[in-house]
Design a protein around this ligand. Structure first.
Ligand SMILES: *Cc1c(COP(=O)(O)O)cnc(C)c1O
Length: 623
């Protein structure tokens, strides 16, 4: 490979080729392939309040699905990433994992029978700043530590290892089951480049291994949702299974396409990884029995020597979706099928679970009649929001600020110290992965101007978010920001970076800050969900018109737009001052918060998202 391998991946390749070592190989004989069903005794957390899925189906007018989605025929969801560290020990990298985690949370709340298949990563990363420089620390973890139960094993193959044993661990929470694939050298989430051997190895483990696990558990799902293209090997496993049972390739393709929803989170194919024929021959082909399927895969390379997994996902799914209106439109233009024809991505905008909304706000939305028992907006939610009262809003915000400070007391800023923001101070936050297009640096474009605004308004800025371990330009950029902040006596006191951004920091800032800053390059954010957490928690939003934010036009938030970066930065500072003015006046704040909620509450609702996915897979019959 011509690219320079980052340290971690190099280590895997040197010591643990393809995640397999002698230790795992010797376990083959112990692995029992014969599990029949996901046993009910693996309940780790049965919900005391058993949600009534039938009532939800009735609420959304989909009683017809009552016999289609059941415990034996659940909604099946494949994801390389799920972010619910506390419950599953699995940390995601960002929005994709948060979406998968929220899908499980909302399914639990609604009683939706859902099975999620995902790898259990044997190493979990934590950010540690050393002299203002980002580093990753890895901690070894195993499913047993998170009360998963080992329910059996499967095997995948590579060209050099005919049988790589993979353990299957599972856990049930209410109506949902998490099936996770593990072997001690599966490695961390997203090692090295998206085109690396190790990624492909992890992807075949989840796809081929996960498919076998579901089959052996006797489940017959009426849908397979692929949360992003790297899970496509599960669809290929299904195709191979059908062809190996004498279904002809074209019938099998037809059946698989009907089953699969391909949920895309990527804007343009250019930023995706791609794999060579040689990599496929090493990791993919050895897992396929049917020569017809192997030939079909070769055809998909279309005369090239590399392929993007989205090309396979496009060919194997009838229903495809983007995760916001804008994203669906952009993907529909930038992706093509094998013949160069256009591909239609429908829009199912992401939603979030009530987990991200402070209980006080959720109670208030129920009390005023904006949300119903399913956390769906009521028919007259907009009028209901008119009765939101300024004093209640301020009281809830005060309590959320105190909770935020409790969480931040256990975390470190860029100097290694805990952070406490006074109740009376105004607080801006920027919390998201530290990648170029999200543009954290815009806040620091004019250091003196920023210092002037925070000083004059008694404001603080908290930012948090990790660069990827191989993204050296962004690691350097973060380091430069720390130096610039350190050089300014005002910013040094008022700008805080919280190390190791994770769900706890996300929740703390979503609830306890006053104003969120979200300024991705327009057209580059697929949806984003952190801004939803902000709006739902009665905060102000400063944003570019991008991702799911652009589902609502014209803007009802403090929008940032300009013909170039300088202009956008200038407007950002104006908006920060405007936000401070709004925050100084309770009534004004309430009006702005209500306006944002009226526009976005239906979008934010995770239950609305689930209903949309049900409709995407099972079209409503016309009345
Ligand atoms: C909500 C959340 C995200 C999603 O962030 P976006 O940038 O809005 O996509 C990512 N990571 C964590 C830890 C979160 O809590």
């Amino acid at each position: 490979m011509s690219e320079i391998m980052p340290e971690y991946e190099k280590r895997i390749h040197d010591e643990l080729p393809y995640g397999i070592n002698d230790k795992t190989l010797n376990q083959t004989s112990e692995i029992n392939l014969g599990f029949k069903a996901l046993p009910d005794e693996m309940i780790e957390h049965d919900l005391t309040d058993k949600p009534d899925f039938m009532a939800f189906l009735a609420r959304i007018g989909r009683e017809d699905l009552a016999t289609i989605i059941t415990d034996k025929t659940p909604w099946l969801y494949f994801s390389q990433e799920i972010y619910r560290e506390k419950e599953f020990g699995i940390k995601g990298g960002g929005g994709l994992g948060v979406l998968a985690g929220d899908t499980t949370r909302v399914a639990e709340e609604l009683g939706l029978p859902l099975v999620v298949v995902t790898p259990f990563y044997s190493e979990k990363s934590h950010q540690l700043l050393v002299n203002f420089r980002h580093t990753d620390e890895y901690e070894t973890v195993a499913p047993e530590e998170y009360r998963f139960r080992k329910i059996g094993g499967v095997a995948v193959s590579t060209r050099v290892h005919s049988e790589v044993p993979i353990e299957i661990h599972a856990k049930k929470r209410g109506s949902t089951k998490i099936v996770t694939l593990y072997e001690p050298n599966i490695g961390p989430l997203y090692p090295g480049s998206p085109s690396s051997d190790h990624r492909l190895y992890q992807e075949i483990v989840n796809g081929f291994g996960g498919y076998q696990a579901i089959k052996e558990a006797g489940l017959k799902p009426p849908v397979m949702q692929m949360n992003e293209a790297p899970t496509v090997f599960a669809a290929i496993a299904r195709l191979d299974d059908l062809c190996s049972q004498n279904t002809n390739l074209y019938n099998a393709l037809d059946q698989v396409k009907k089953l699969v929803i391909y949920t895309n989170h990527t804007l343009v194919p250019a930023v995706e990884g791609e794999f060579s024929i040689e990599q496929f021959e090493h990791f993919v082909m050895p897992n396929i029995k049917s020569q017809d399927v192997i030939n079909w895969i070769y055809e998909q390379f279309n005369g090239r020597d590399k392929i993007k997994l989205s090309s396979l996902a496009i060919e194997l799914s009838l229903k495809k979706n983007g995760v916001s209106k804008l994203h669906a439109a952009v993907s529909s233009q930038s992706y093509h099928d094998k013949t160069g024809g256009s591909v239609k991505f429908e829009a199912v905008t992401n939603g979030i679970s009530s987990h991200w909304i402070s209980p006080e706000f959720i109670n208030e939305y129920h009390k005023i009649g904006a949300l119903d028992e399913f956390n769906l907006p009521t028919e007259d939610y907009a009028e209901a929001l008119d009765s939101l009262d300024a004093q209640t809003l301020l009281d809830i915000k005060k309590s959320n600020r105190a909770n935020m400070n409790k969480i931040l007391a256990g975390r470190k800023d860029q100097y290694g110290n805990p952070v406490n923001i006074p109740e009376t101070a105004k607080l801006f936050d920027f919390k998201r992965r530290f990648v170029s297009y999200k543009r954290a640096k815009m806040i620091f474009h004019d250091i003196d101007r920023l210092a002037g605004i925070v000083d004059k308004n008694d404001a603080h800025v908290i930012f948090s978010g990790k660069p990827h371990s191989s993204d050296i330009p962004m690691i350097d950029e973060l380091n430069q920001l720390f130096l610039a902040i350190d050089n300014n006596p005002i910013l040094k006191e008022r700008v805080h970076y919280i190390q190791d951004y994770d769900e706890a920091v996300g929740l703390a800032l979503s609830t306890g800050s006053d104003c969120a800053i979200n300024v991705p390059v327009v057209g580059e954010e697929a949806c984003g969900t952190s801004w939803m957490k902000d709006i739902a928690n009665g905060k102000l939003l400063i944003s570019t018109e991008d991702g799911g934010v652009a589902d609502v036009i014209p803007p009802v938030y403090l929008d940032v737009r300009g013909s170039n970066y300088e202009e956008e930065a200038d407007i950002l500072y104006n908006r920060m001052q405007e936000a401070c003015d709004i925050l100084s006046d309770g009534e004004n704040l309430k009006n702005q918060v209500a306006k944002q909620l009226k526009a976005y509450l239906p979008i934010i609702s995770g239950s609305r998202m689930i209903a949309d996915y049900l409709d995407l897979r099972f079209e409503r019959t016309k009345q």
